[in-house]
Design a protein around this ligand. Structure first.
Ligand SMILES: Nc1ncnc2c1ncn2[C@@H]1O[C@H](COP(=O)(O)OP(=O)(O)OP(=O)(O)O)[C@@H](O)[C@H]1O
Ligand SMILES: [Mg+2]
Length: 366
């Protein structure tokens, strides 16, 4: 309401009002009068010719400097500073922060077109923020609602399986139901986790721990899969490396990266897990000799529900890397990827070493 009142009053004002002409005219007339007075004075006093030429030049140089400084300050105050504030706010919105608010430059009775632009921007951000909230709340509510019916379907399918006496076709149908419910349960679990991380209802609980030990534990979980797919698994890790982060969340990161490497590598390929410490950061890379990605796929891999390779669409929902990205943002870490179609991919995660990030009492104990 307050903004509407502001909006109605602002049409008359412009950054260059007609009064500007009279201000400039008055200033120039005053300067010229001073110039004339100075010439007359110098003539009367009988000053020498050189001084009579140099003094007006000096005078007009000073006038030009003052006018330039005045104009520069005016442009900075009325145009550059608000535009810079708007540019900063736009960048934050582009990064997904809808809590930004840019205050108008003038009060309602002096508002100009820049104020109108700023107000429209604020309104747009408010609308975007409420759509985002609606979307995440909807996801979260629907996911919760899905949980109990899914549990019922799954337990009943299990009962059927255990009861025995099913024909081959019936057993296959029950197996399909089990597979579909597992996929849906996994999707719901990931959606809820991502939602909580985005709304920051889960906050990382950081502690100092050995990331090398954790990497080994995660890799072992994939032993059965890589043996089944006849994949070569190589590991090149330091004896230990301390990071200060939430171990539960980091486990999600390693599991997702390893599961992608295993999933997108064909039989006989190699998956390599490397870790090293460099310039106060622990670097972990997961490399595979799998199908690789096109630059277009790489651009979207961190988007929710994006799956670049449709042949593996049934083996996931495209939430893994969105989760990984969000977790690393919250853990002061980063992720990069290098990939070539048909040759393979390398995902590299960088995390700060424990001693830099941990509070005083958290020192690394082996
Ligand atoms: N190691 C990889 N090699 C080739 N493509 C990959 C690799 N990792 C990710 N991708 C591409 O990025 C997409 C998104 O990956 P992401 O982990 O988010 O989803 P997903 O693995 O398909 O499903 P989910 O992780 O939910 O099970 C994948 O569908 C695939 O196209
Ligand atoms: Mg994945």
């Amino acid at each position: 309401m307050k903004q509407d009142g502001f909006r109605q009053q602002q049409k008359q004002h412009s950054l260059f009002p007609p009064i500007l002409f009279f201000t400039y005219l008055g200033t120039l007339l005053l300067m010229s009068a001073l110039h004339t007075g100075m010439i007359v004075g110098m003539n009367k006093a009988g000053w020498n010719d050189k001084v009579q030429i140099l003094l007006p030049i000096l005078y007009w140089t000073l006038v030009a400097v003052m006018l330039t400084l005045f104009t520069r300050r005016q442009i900075q105050k009325t145009y550059e500073e608000p535009m810079l504030r708007l540019a900063d706010a736009t960048r934050k919105v582009a990064e997904g922060d809808f809590s930004v608010y840019v205050p108008p430059v003038h009060t309602a009775n002096k508002a100009d077109y820049l104020d109108r632009m700023i107000l429209d921007f604020d309104k747009m951000v408010e609308e975007l923020g409420s759509i985002e909230t609606l979307k995440t709340d909807f996801f979260s509510d629907v996911s919760h609602e899905f949980k109990s019916p899914l549990a019922v379907i799954s337990s009943n399918a299990e009962l059927l399986q255990k009861s025995g006496g099913l024909s081959t076709e019936q057993a296959e149908a029950v197996e399909n139901i089990q597979f579909a419910t597992r996929r849906l349960a996994n999707l719901i679990q990931n959606m809820l986790k991502l939602n909580k991380l985005e709304k920051q209802t889960i906050r990382p609980a950081p502690e100092t721990f050995d990331v090398c030990a954790q990497l080994c534990e995660c890799a072992v979980q994939f032993e059965e899969v890589w043996e089944r797919k006849n994949l070569e698994f190589e590991a090149d890790l330091e004896d230990s490396a301390a990071v200060y982060a939430d171990p539960g969340l980091l486990e999600v990161v390693w599991t997702n990266l390893l599961s992608n490497a295993v999933k997108f590598t064909t039989e006989g390929g190699t998956v390599t897990l490397r870790q090293r410490t460099e310039d106060g950061r622990v670097l972990v890379s997961v490399e595979d000799t799998g199908c690789g990605m096109t630059p277009e796929t790489i651009r979207h891999i961190y988007d929710k529900f994006y799956q670049g390779d449709s042949s593996h669409a049934t083996q996931g929902n495209g939430l893994g890397l969105a989760l990984v990205k969000r977790i690393l943002e919250l853990s002061d870490g980063s992720i990069t990827v290098e990939s070539e179609l048909g040759k393979g991919s390398v995902f590299t995660v960088a995390l700060p070493c424990a001693l830099q990030n941990a509070p005083e009492e958290h020192t690394w104990i082996r």
